[in-house]
Design a protein around this ligand. Structure first.
Ligand code: GLA
Length: 695
């Protein structure tokens, strides 16, 4: 619900549990007034701030929805422009507003220069989520150059320091949670690599006295897969502010007369505890953000050949794997890297998206038909944005890569990045994939991207410093167009594991490859970080032959962990014993029976592997009639751990039955959530999956 108080020019945005309030003061400035619990509308007013000395201006103390560069505002600004006469100050004042149901647009105009700035808010009441964007419009006759365009700015209510949670990671160790107290100065999370990366997530989570179930948690996540920046600061007056958007590092955008630009959207909310935050965002993403083709359908159990075969793929061996996968209950068979061009290693072939005739002398359809005959769908790996210098494509079009004429191009994994801002490159990639999908019965594309950008010269662009945005949009656009033409094809975003995982990717791809690290023990940490602000359903998790790099873990253990997202299998099945195969069969059948709860239910993180030595995640169906509880530990101190397990998210008035360690329970939801049951965790390979059903 959105309300406008005419007398005081105040906008009140209300979601289920939260109120977000801002207004336009008498001087025409945008002023942030409140974010938190609901208050009476008529109580809001603009605090009178007066500058206390010549080094402190009252303007600098304002809490704003967006801070333009200039005047005596020295805090982080959100928008910075250069007008045609080199004036670099924006002086924006309220123009008018437009309210349509749950959408509010507030227009501001520069006092002299022809610039309009529109703040847009969209309220998703039931999900406790608000979407924010900023649109800039050049309404004059001269160019305007922007050095910074952030999507949103936030001011937090409390004067006490907030702790910021983000993820810190690298290839093979993504989504590792960090918590940093911001009691002064600035804190930045960013990507400068051209795309969102493994190192940090394009969001902020700011909290006080919070745990899974309580405390104040504020969050906002940028739906964008290019260079991003989250910049938080706490000033001497104890105001914590955050701005979030495209990174201004190596950034510049020119708006020609009559042009407008809408910055990538941000989704924000306030929750009581991290658990509520994750559940709100999870539901919102599943219902409103994920591509419509598959958002409400359970994702299939897949098999991926990468860890089993590497680049050495051929119809015979893949069919052998497929036969075993089908017997286990796999629904989608994905052939990974190695099937195209002269791709025998990572040194050659990228860019040549035609079937390798030596590996597949009878074409791709022989394998696809085998897979289909076994009752499975077929999927395939591609890395469309890249090219190996050793490829026909590069030999024909060296000018299609990002490069500078008088600099060497740095190769990473022996590859260069294609300049996707060029329309001929976009057409080439679209046509290659279109041909692949139109000629073959392919139901799934794993879209990989295995290096960050460098030498991002793009002579085709008036302003090459816009490359990250334009490249990202080109990728989204091709995926969208393919999805429209082939609505039955699922897309997965992969970038050397979880290097392109953000709400932008999730708005276009149906799922994400979480990490190349498939070690069941490391995955407990990686998956927890993923679950903070990303939807569970999109989290692809495979069971492979990596049986614990640091400590051994059994096949059952690995299944227990991988089942907590969208399950995949990735081992060399030809080496599995009869007993292994039975374990796989049993677990896959079990997963299918509970995957609707995992993929569409609410996650409660009950015990934390790092803090509690035991991982306990409970997924509850939305109607609370069923729940699946996963327990895992890779060894506890002093050989054992006894604790009382209190369930969460159940219906207090319903009775649930379940069996754990041979004991049959039939208890009320209230009892299970407040008293709980004793558990006794022993051994290095402890794993349990418990299904609760209402009686
Ligand atoms: C990346 C991906 C892997 C695999 C390889 C293939 O590393 O993350 O899953 O697809 O590329 O080269």
């Amino acid at each position: 619900m959105i309300q406008y108080l005419e007398k005081s020019s105040i906008f009140i945005l209300e979601t289920k549990n939260t109120q977000y309030v801002f207004g336009i003061d008498k001087a025409g400035y945008n002023r942030h007034l409140h974010w938190g619990d609901k208050c009476s509308a008529n109580d809001f007013e603009y605090a009178d701030i007066s500058g206390e000395n010549s080094y402190n201006s009252m303007l600098d103390e304002y809490k704003q929805e967006i801070t333009p560069f200039g005047s005596t505002m020295y805090r982080e600004c959100a928008i910075k422009a250069r007008f045609s006469d080199n004036c670099r100050e924006i002086s924006m004042h309220f123009e008018n507003y437009d309210m349509d149901g749950d959408i509010l647009k507030v227009n501001f105009k520069d006092d002299y220069y022809p610039l309009r700035i529109t703040l847009c808010y969209e309220v998703y009441e039931a999900y406790d989520i608000i979407k924010r964007t900023v649109t800039l419009e050049n309404i004059g006759a001269d160019n305007i150059v922007f050095d910074r365009i952030f999507s949103a700015e936030f001011s937090l209510p409390s004067e006490k320091p907030y702790t910021f949670r983000n993820t810190n990671g690298a290839w093979g160790g993504e989504f590792i949670q960090t918590d940093t107290v911001l009691d002064g100065g600035n804190l930045v999370y960013e990507s400068r690599r051209g795309a969102s990366n493994h190192n940090a997530s394009p969001y902020f989570i700011a909290y006080q006295n919070a745990d899974e179930n309580s405390g104040d948690v504020y969050f906002a996540s940028l739906a964008y897969s290019g260079n991003f920046k989250v910049s938080a600061g706490r000033d001497v007056y104890a105001v914590t502010r955050i701005s979030i958007g495209m990174n201004d590092f190596d950034f510049s955008h020119t708006l020609l007369p009559g042009e407008s630009f809408c910055a990538p959207p941000v989704y924000c909310g306030r929750a009581r505890g991290f658990g509520e935050m994750s559940r709100n965002m999870n539901r919102f993403c599943v219902d409103c953000l994920l591509p419509k083709q598959f958002h409400d359908k359970p994702l299939p159990v897949l098999y991926n050949s990468w860890e089993a075969t590497g680049f050495d793929v051929n119809a015979k061996h893949q069919t052998e794997l497929a036969k075993i996968a089908a017997e286990m209950g796999v629904e989608l068979f994905v052939m990974d890297d190695g099937w195209f061009g002269k791709r025998n290693s990572d040194r050659a072939g990228l860019g040549d998206w035609f079937v390798n005739p030596e590996k597949f002398p009878n074409g791709l359809d022989e394998l696809i038909e085998n897979v289909n005959r076994l009752g499975m769908d077929f999927g395939i790996w591609v890395e469309p944005e890249m090219v190996n210098p050793d490829s026909d494509l590069y030999r024909q079009h060296p000018e299609w890569t990002y490069h500078y004429a008088h600099r060497n191009a740095d190769e990473l994994r022996n590859q260069l990045v294609l300049n996707m801002t060029r329309s001929d490159v976009q057409t080439y990639i679209f046509n290659c994939l279109d041909e692949l999908l139109s000629k073959h019965n392919i139901k799934y594309i794993k879209w990989d991207m295995n290096r960050p950008f460098s030498q991002t010269g793009a002579e085709n662009l008036q302003n090459p410093q816009m490359y990250s945005y334009l490249h990202t949009m080109a990728v989204y656009n091709i995926v969208d167009k393919l999805k429209e033409r082939y609505p039955h094809v699922q897309f997965e975003s992969c970038a050397s594991g979880g290097g392109r995982c953000d709400l932008g990717a999730i708005s276009h791809y149906d799922q994400v490859w979480t990490s190349d690290n498939t070690d069941g023990i490391d995955r407990m940490t990686i998956q927890k970080g993923y679950s903070l602000l990303h939807p569970i359903k999109t989290m692809r998790a495979w069971v492979t032959d990596i049986a614990g790099i640091n400590k051994p873990c059994s096949l059952d253990f690995r299944f227990n962990i991988a089942m907590q997202g969208s399950l995949g299998i990735g081992g060399d099945l030809t080496k599995y014993t009869e007993e292994d195969l039975e374990i796989c069969k049993k677990n896959i059948a079990f997963y299918k029976s509970v995957r609707n709860i995992v993929q569409f239910g609410d996650l409660y993180r009950i015990l934390d592997i790092e803090k509690d030595e035991v991982l306990c995640n409970e997924y509850v169906s939305t109607d609370k009639t069923e729940s699946i509880l996963f327990l895992a530990a890779n060894g506890t101190r002093f050989y054992k751990k006894k604790c009382n397990l209190r369930f969460a998210g159940l219906d207090a008035h319903k009775t649930y039955s379940f069996t754990l360690d041979g004991i049959e329970y039939k208890k009320g939801g209230a009892y299970l959530m407040t008293v709980g049951i004793p558990i006794y965790v022993r051994g290095a390979d402890y794993n349990r999956a418990v299904v609760l059903k209402t009686v």
